[in-house]
Design a protein around this ligand. Structure first.
Ligand code: 13P
Length: 259
């Protein structure tokens, strides 16, 4: 973790979850009501169909609720799309933009991701901008080049430590059970920190940089202990309250150490 940066434990449910799983959201909302919530932020991004109900379930909980994507325009003839304003209207506080599954499935470019982050900011949402290399890019030793390009082209000019979070998700680590080595995560996060400072000046020193990709209760503590890892973005393991709460609890020794 980075001293003085409040960690964020975020869950991305992707295209999973119906009303039958609202009990898991309720269990997470109740489970994060511990003293640790004074030092650690938690966020769940369910599918958009559950967003409004989820925010109601989190009314008396520190658990924040967000969305997984937004359109870059405020409104208009865009069938099937959701605007940042609509997310805010449902009391969402965050929106993930540029997830590799969106970049891949919907051919989203860095420039479109930046426009979405701008739309998020205009609606007073925090944009979680995802970056990360594919396996081919990693094998070609292009990881840092990819991160540099994605950060410079996807992070908007109005980004600051309050309205923007970076999530480093190596594409090959998502849903595979594979994770980079501790050393590789350390190098990538230190590099991104330096790039953010170059891009945003001192403000870049305070931006949260999350790691995502096969984070589980078993590896969360080690990952959260790495310098410049200011939280995690969890896919599969966020679907079960027990696992998400175990990852949240894994922050404890690190925030105690940082205090
Ligand atoms: P997994 O934790 O399932 O690997 O997914 C990571 C992810 O893509 C979160 O956005």
């Amino acid at each position: 973790m980075t001293p003085d940066i409040r960690p964020l434990i975020a869950g991305n449910w992707k295209m999973n979850g119906t009303r039958a799983e609202l009990d898991q959201i309720k269990a997470i909302a109740d489970g994060v009501k511990t003293p640790l919530s004074q030092q650690v932020d938690t966020l769940l991004c369910p599918p958009i169909t559950l967003l409004y109900v989820a925010t109601a379930l989190c009314d008396d909980s520190p658990l924040l609720v967000g969305a997984q994507d937004c359109h870059h325009k405020v409104c208009g003839a865009h069938t099937g799309d959701i605007s940042a304003e609509m997310i805010a209207d449902c009391f969402g506080t965050h929106v993930i933009v540029g997830h590799s599954e969106r970049r891949g499935d919907h051919a989203e470019t860095d420039h479109l991701v930046r426009a979405k982050a701008e739309a998020a900011h205009a609606a007073d949402l925090v944009a979680i901008v995802c970056v990360g290399e594919t396996l081919d890019e990693r094998d070609a030793y292009q990881t840092l080049d990819v991160l540099k390009r994605q950060i410079f082209n996807s992070v908007p000019a109005d980004a600051n430590a309050q309205n923007t979070v970076i999530a480093y998700e190596p594409v090959w680590a998502i849903g595979t059970g594979l994770t980079p080595t501790r050393g590789d995560i350390e190098v990538a996060h230190a590099f991104m920190r330096a790039e953010l400072v170059e891009l945003m000046g001192r403000e870049g020193a305070g931006v949260r940089i999350l790691y995502g990709g096969s984070v589980k209760p078993a590896n969360a503590s080690e990952i959260l202990g790495i310098d410049n890892v200011d939280g995690v973005l969890v896919g599969g393991a966020s679907l079960k309250a027990e696992d998400f709460l175990a990852i949240y609890a894994a922050c404890e020794p690190h925030v105690v150490k940082a205090a």
